[in-house]
Ligand binder design. Structure first.
Ligand code: CA
Length: 227
């Protein structure tokens, strides 16, 4: 499980990361809205902890932008204020839960576990175009047709679906799917994308895996699925 923390108070951000790492989570910290947004779009995180008061793009705006781009990762919003208005604005912006500062590590962990549990039980299907990725059956589904994916194909496909049409860098796919297998090379990603394209076509999907040279891959909806 990988958690992204976006908080401009570095000591607090680093403390949150340390608390989470102690419990076995992988963490990354971003200290401003712009770089945080770039991280969040990588599609590699299971949860976002997002501070409201950030220089530049604030937490509300950032949450709205992510939701507008169909990025569905759960958002735990941190706010220094406890006024009702802020909470409502946060929830309207797309946050799943908020935590009022100051909080202790127990409260933080309780929120994190609750959100991840909820995510696990609610999200067992990801959608893009006319196609669903069934996370329980490890299969792609389009109407009444479906096709099973191998473990690696599934891992690659899930990263692309989670990114909701945003680019996923090749290096991200390589490190998330192949981990520290030092024999894996970028060519592996291309080979698996090739398998996935065939499987998408085989069920009549309108989803295409598009490549941007050197940058990575993203999903697109094709308007002429027969072509
Ligand atoms: Ca702040």
């Amino acid at each position: 499980m990988r958690i992204l923390v976006i908080e401009d108070e570095r000591r607090l951000a680093d403390t949150i990361c340390a608390i989470l790492r102690e419990r076995g989570f992988d963490t990354d910290a971003a200290y401003d809205g712009e770089s945080g947004e770039a991280y969040a779009k990588l599609g590699v995180y299971d949860l976002l902890i997002l501070d409201v008061m950030l220089p530049g793009v604030d937490g509300f705006e950032l949450a709205r932008r992510l939701r507008a781009q169909r990025i569905t990762l759960p958002i735990l919003m941190l706010t220094a204020k406890s006024e009702l208005g802020d909470r409502i604005e946060g929830l309207n912006a797309g946050a799943d839960y908020y935590l009022t500062k100051p909080f202790d590590s127990g409260e933080l962990l309780a929120c994190v576990h609750a959100l991840l549990r909820r995510q696990g039980s609610q999200v067992n299907v990801l959608s893009f175009g006319n196609t669903q990725l069934d996370l329980d059956a490890c299969s792609l589904v389009c109407g009444e047709r479906s096709v099973r994916l191998s473990a690696r194909e599934f891992d690659v496909m899930r990263l692309l679906f989670q990114a909701g049409g945003n680019n996923v860098p090749k290096e991200t796919i390589l490190s998330r799917v192949w981990g520290f297998d030092t024999n894996a090379v970028e060519n592996h990603v291309e080979v698996y994308v090739g398998f996935l394209r065939k499987k998408l076509r085989s069920i009549g999907s309108d989803v295409a895996v598009e490549a941007i040279r050197r940058l990575g891959y993203h999903l697109e909806v094709r308007h002429d699925p027969q072509a």
